[in-house]
Write a protein that binds this ligand. Structure first.
Ligand code: HEC
Ligand code: HEC
Ligand code: HEC
Ligand code: HEC
Length: 189
């Protein structure tokens, strides 16, 4: 606001696949525009004392957008798909291309490779090991409330802009070529 040039959106291109489909069609009919999603799926904790993705989105009123959208599109491969949204099952979803093409959605803004966070990264990397890693690398005076807002994450030490293990380095699939992860549905599907 108040600048000549609008800040580029963190994620975009949704409508290349989703067309003019509407989210929450029955009550709000939201176009697939992340800035509009964030009017509800924001990053402010609103509900004190809630501690779990399964029943409360850790106290966020509506699940934070980065976590929600990453989890949805990687649903097929998650260890804990019910944490994306407890009542809606996304465990069948296979992104129609290698999801490591991060720039499919992150085309205009470098935040995806410069601002790693537990919310964004652990959405896809939801194994016990990855979650423990996120916890260990976060300084938190109130560990019982791990998303309370007073945490200091240290992801950027190793994974910030131009760091040795930055997001664009670890998800680079073309140089050197890295074969895709298995992308077929299971036999019983
Ligand atoms: C390369 C194609 C592609 C792009 C780009 C894409 N999506 Fe998706 N999205 C899909 C597919 C495929 C599904 C699974 C649809 C299904 O199984 O019903 C999906 C599902 C979803 C769902 C769950 C839909 C529901 O009915 O609950 C949401 C929400 C979503 N996408 C949001 C987004 C947002 C936001 C963006 C942009 C930041 C985006 N998508 C970009 C392909 C894409
Ligand atoms: C008017 C507020 C509002 C807007 C705008 C909104 N949502 Fe939601 N959304 C909610 C609430 C409330 C829930 C239920 C609580 C939760 O799961 O986070 C929800 C749930 C969801 C779910 C879980 C599945 C479902 O259907 O309940 C997905 C996926 C989702 N939202 C994605 C999006 C995306 C993507 C956008 C933008 C295109 C969006 N939402 C815009 C309020 C909103
Ligand atoms: C289907 C679309 C989609 C894909 C593919 C995707 N992201 Fe995202 N990503 C999002 C959305 C939506 C957000 C939240 C945008 C917002 O808050 O405005 C987000 C946010 C982020 C953020 C947080 C940025 C910030 O400002 O704090 C990071 C980091 C990130 N993504 C990394 C990645 C990485 C790494 C990949 C590839 C492995 C990836 N994303 C692939 C949709 C996507
Ligand atoms: C949209 C899903 C998605 C997001 C978001 C995402 N990743 Fe990944 N990541 C993958 C996939 C898929 C792979 C390759 C298969 C695997 O190792 O699980 C991968 C691989 C990795 C690897 C292993 C690379 C190697 O060479 O062995 C690391 C490390 C990694 N990601 C870190 C991160 C970090 C840090 C973030 C946040 C900035 C992040 N990821 C966000 C999907 C994602």
């Amino acid at each position: 606001m108040g600048t000549d040039k609008p800040e580029p959106m963190v994620a975009t291109n949704c409508t290349e696949c989703h067309g003019d489909t509407r989210m929450h069609a029955s009550y709000f009919a939201v176009p697939f525009n992340p800035d509009i999603c964030k009017s509800c799926h924001d990053y402010e904790k609103q509900l004190a004392g809630k501690t779990g993705w399964k029943d409360s989105n850790w106290g966020f009123g509506a699940g934070p957008l980065a976590r929600r959208v990453h989890g949805v599109h990687f649903g097929r491969y998650l260890d804990k798909p019910a944490e994306v949204q407890p009542t809606v099952d996304y465990s069948h979803v296979i992104f129609p291309q290698d999801v490591r093409n991060c720039t499919k959605c992150h085309a205009d803004n470098p935040a995806w490779k410069e601002e790693p966070s537990r919310l964004a990264c652990l959405a896809c990397h939801d194994s016990d090991e990855a979650q423990a890693h996120g916890e260990l690398m976060t300084f938190d005076l109130t560990p019982a409330d791990p998303y309370g807002g007073d945490e200091v994450e240290t992801c950027e030490v190793c994974r910030g802009a131009d760091a040795a293990f930055a997001p664009d380095v670890v998800h680079n699939i073309s140089n050197p070529y890295k074969p895709p992860y298995p992308r077929e549905p299971q036999k019983d599907e």
